[in-house]
Design a protein around this ligand. Structure first.
Ligand SMILES: *Cc1c(COP(=O)(O)O)cnc(C)c1O
Length: 804
């Protein structure tokens, strides 16, 4: 339609006049961006409608991915790429004298997620649409996304992320599709014609309004929907109840209380905090989502509820949306009149659950009192699920009260969300092979014994369209030139590169692209941090949420060790390196915030020591987010994936780096293990304790970090430098870090320190050999295809959703 340049140019100018009454000369970048967004929207509207009609007509099975987080990042470029119009439109804009890259920068990141879990959801949406599958997202339209991180004197400060302030061109509000969600009140039981009816009374009813975002497949006709719900006051409650009584201020206060539900994303990654508002958020979007799915189902299939599992699949991203199970039960029974057994059969053949973590602090459990008071009818259903489940367990394990108690859905005053998910779904998956094995053999062992057929692994992936084609266009072009463009649709085709990894010319060209990406990164660092880093130095990057288990501490202690060695031996022969860090800490995570301050303090010390600037620099990138990740990944040469083995369920950052040719230095954890198998042990640098060893220490003891600290002088010197006045900070500033390392060292930082330093020395050595390094880098790219989320989604589609 607007695929040719001339019609696009004309449409652009017309739209600019129509929307803003301006000529090109007068228009701001923001306005030009809006115009572009509107043109994309209008151009795909027809396809969107067509997609929906096709699905309804062909009665295609629909998948709904329920997630409290979708970290989409920017959409403009990816939409243009997937439409196949990017080159033409960019060229046309250039002819108009418009700089596309400036418009791209205007778009705020849609940062409705914390980290890996939310970004995974976004990658999955892209793959679902690109594979032409009818798979949609369901979530919350938070008014404020993940906070913006500022560094003030080396400390993290959080600012609200008002991403909607200029509007959002990608969304369409669908007031006609709003539904009601009820909280609180009481349930009255009534018997009528031998059947119990549950009547919910005195509840508070709020309105859930959907905002739809089109998700465009890669050069196909598929346009799926991400439906994000916004909480609004029911007009009747707002207008009459209060105003008529003249209680204007109360009415306004009430409105704020309701809107609070979709106001802000909770900024915790891998940690659970039992906040009432969070539970409200969960039920709010679950109930709205299920109601809208069932409305669609009834339109297509009337009351043929037995068809539901055949026509609908619901995937819950972690336990956050697990209330879909009792909510589906509630509607099928209370509103549609089905009996328990029938409703349960349908529900448990429709819902499947993805587990993302085994960290104890992340496991959701809600106090019964809170749950019951907020969701009285749902609580009754959960209780009934629990009773029936425990009875079934009794049948299998008669007399084993302790086991039944451990596996119960409701126990010890809590509703255990993972147990509810396990009892009420037909598949449970982990997100990397080792993670699934740990679930089966440890964390969920008893559930695995009881329901072995439910457990399956689905190793995570990333969309290679955003993370290679979009983020690293020069590399993408080089790949297409040498192996053809089939890899774009079939990422495993990147394997065609394998026979060429020793090709000298290819190596030179790949290295030159990496160099340009590093120069771009260096310019960004100079503009944003005022630090001049050397683009010829090795770029060693650790970007991810700041968390004790991810061990940014291990990295920064090693940097300190290098610096101390330079002080001893000023002529030390090191490959010049720039250590780049980035990541947000949860605002209430005290230790993570200290780690940020430590990294910045070490950076200040080292960067101000001119003697060694030629060999060592340290930079902390402010406000790590998707758009910044797209800049960093293509510039990275070393990928730091150094979590305590057994703690990182999968990781997806590791895959983005690999796909852009960085070499992983990592532990045998999460998907690192599978990356190692894909590239071979020669093309990755592993170090440190294995998950089995870590587990052995947790169970049997035998590790004393205090002893280790006192027996290794090199280690002691580094750790002491945290508290002996060596660093430019108050003496007490890092005493918390010092104590946690020397007293318990729960994450084995000191234990893995020397093996890590050796692994880093190995990296130093490898980097000196240009051909060796380039060969490793190209091999990583060549083997990265299986970490495309297209592969992951094909597995879900075939083995869980019954689509292929
Ligand atoms: C990919 C990604 C993550 C996840 O990184 P991990 O290293 O797997 O923890 C977090 N944040 C952003 C912005 C990402 O793009």
């Amino acid at each position: 339609m607007l695929a040719d340049k001339e019609s696009f140019k004309q449409a652009f100018l017309e739209k600019l006049a129509a929307l803003f009454g301006k000529t090109l000369e007068e228009a701001t970048e923001q306005e030009k961006y809006q115009v572009l967004g509107h043109l994309v929207r209008e151009a795909i509207y027809q396809r969107w409608v067509e997609s929906k009609r096709r699905h309804a007509q062909q009665q295609t099975k629909q998948v709904y991915y329920f997630s409290l987080e979708f970290m989409l990042g920017r959409l403009l470029s990816n939409n243009l790429i997937n439409l196949g119009w990017q080159e033409n439109w960019q060229a046309a804009l250039q002819e108009l004298g418009v700089d596309y890259s400036l418009l791209e920068e205007v778009e705020p990141d849609a940062g409705l997620g914390n980290g890996g879990l939310g970004r995974l959801a976004a990658c999955f949406l892209d793959s679902l649409a690109s594979l032409g599958l009818a798979g949609h997202g369901c979530g919350i339209r938070y008014k404020y996304g993940l906070f913006e991180q500022k560094l003030v004197n080396g400390y993290q400060v959080e600012l609200p992320e008002n991403w909607l302030k200029e509007g959002n061109v990608w969304e369409t509000r669908r007031a006609d599709k709003a539904v009601k969600v009820r909280f609180g009140g009481q349930v009255r039981v009534e018997e009528k014609q031998g059947r119990l009816n549950f009547i919910h009374e005195n509840y508070e009813e709020i309105i859930a309004v959907p905002y739809d975002i089109p998700i465009i497949g890669y050069r196909n006709d598929c346009v799926n929907t991400l439906r994000l719900w916004s909480a609004e006051v029911a007009r009747t409650e707002f207008d009459f109840a209060c105003f008529s009584r003249g209680e204007y201020l109360k009415a306004v206060e009430y409105k704020y209380a309701v809107e609070a539900i979709s106001q802000v994303l909770y900024p915790d990654d891998n940690t659970y905090k039992g906040r009432e508002l969070r539970l409200k958020q969960q039920y709010f979007f679950v109930s709205a989502g299920i109601q809208s799915i069932l409305r669609y189902f009834k339109k297509c299939y009337a009351n043929q509820w037995h068809l539901l599992p055949e026509k609908i699949a619901i995937q819950v991203n972690d336990t956050h949306p697990v209330l879909v199970i009792p909510e589906l039960m509630r509607i099928l029974m209370d509103e549609e009149g089905l009996g328990w057994d029938e409703a349960w059969d349908i529900t448990t053949r429709t819902v499947s659950y993805t587990n993302h973590t085994i960290l104890a602090e992340a496991l959701e459990k809600w106090p019964i009192e809170l749950f019951k008071q907020l969701l009285p009818r749902i609580y009754m259903i959960v209780e009934e699920i629990n009773e029936r489940f425990c009875r079934a367990l009794w049948g299998r394990y008669p007399g084993d009260w302790e086991r039944i108690h451990r596996m119960a859905v409701v126990a010890d005053g809590y509703v255990k969300m993972a147990h509810l998910a396990l009892a009420g779904s037909y598949r449970v998956n982990g997100v990397a092979r080792i993670h699934t094995e740990i679930l089966k053999t440890r964390e969920m062992r008893e559930f695995y014994e009881y329901f072995p057929e439910k457990f399956t692994n689905k190793t995570n992936g990333i969309t290679h369209r955003r993370w290679l084609l979009k983020a690293n266009p020069q590399l993408a072009e080089l790949l297409t030139e040498v192996i053809g463009d089939s890899w774009i649709r079939e990422p495993e085709e990147l394997k065609r590169l394998l026979p060429l990894v020793d090709n000298r010319d290819l190596q030179e060209r790949a290295a030159s692209i990496k160099r340009q990406n590093k120069e771009r990164m260096a310019r960004f660092i100079y503009q944003h941090c005022g630090l001049k880093v050397d683009p010829a130095s090795l770029f060693d990057v650790q970007v991810k949420r700041i968390h004790a288990y991810k061990r940014q501490l291990l990295n920064i202690l090693h940097v300190l060790d290098l610096y101390l060695r330079l002080l001893d031996e000023p002529n030390l022969d090191l490959v010049p390196r720039t250590f780049i860090f980035g990541g947000k800490a949860a605002p209430s995570y005290y230790m993570a915030k200290s780690i940020i301050k430590l990294i910045n303090t070490v950076a200040e010390k080292i960067n101000n020591d001119r003697r060694f600037n030629d060999r060592l620099q340290v930079c902390f990138l402010e406000n790590y987010r998707v758009s910044l990740a797209e800049l960093v990944m293509p510039a990275a040469e070393v990928s730091e994936q150094i979590s305590t083995a057994g703690k990182e369920a999968s990781g997806t950052g590791n895959m983005k780096f690999m796909m852009n040719g960085a070499i992983t230095i990592g532990t045998r954890d999460g998907a690192n293990i599978e990356i190692g198998e894909a590239v071979g042990e020669d093309n990755i640098v592993f170090f440190g304790l294995t998950a089995d060893r870590v587990m052995h220490y947790y169970e049997h003891g035998g590790y004393s970090s205090w002893y280790l600290y006192n027996s290794l002088p090199r280690l002691k010197r580094v750790v002491d430098s945290l508290i002996n006045g060596f660093l430019p900070a108050a003496r007490e500033e890092f005493s918390n870090i010092y104590s946690s390392l020397t007293h318990s060292d729960e994450f084995f930082v000191l234990k893995d320190f020397l093996p890590y330093a050796e692994a880093q020395a190995k990296i130093d050595n490898l980097y000196r050999d240009f051909q060796r390094w380039q060969r490793m880098s190209l091999t990583n790219i060549a083997c990265s295809g299986r970490f495309s989320s297209d592969r992951t989604i094909r597995e879900y589609a075939g083995e869980i959703w019954g689509l292929l």
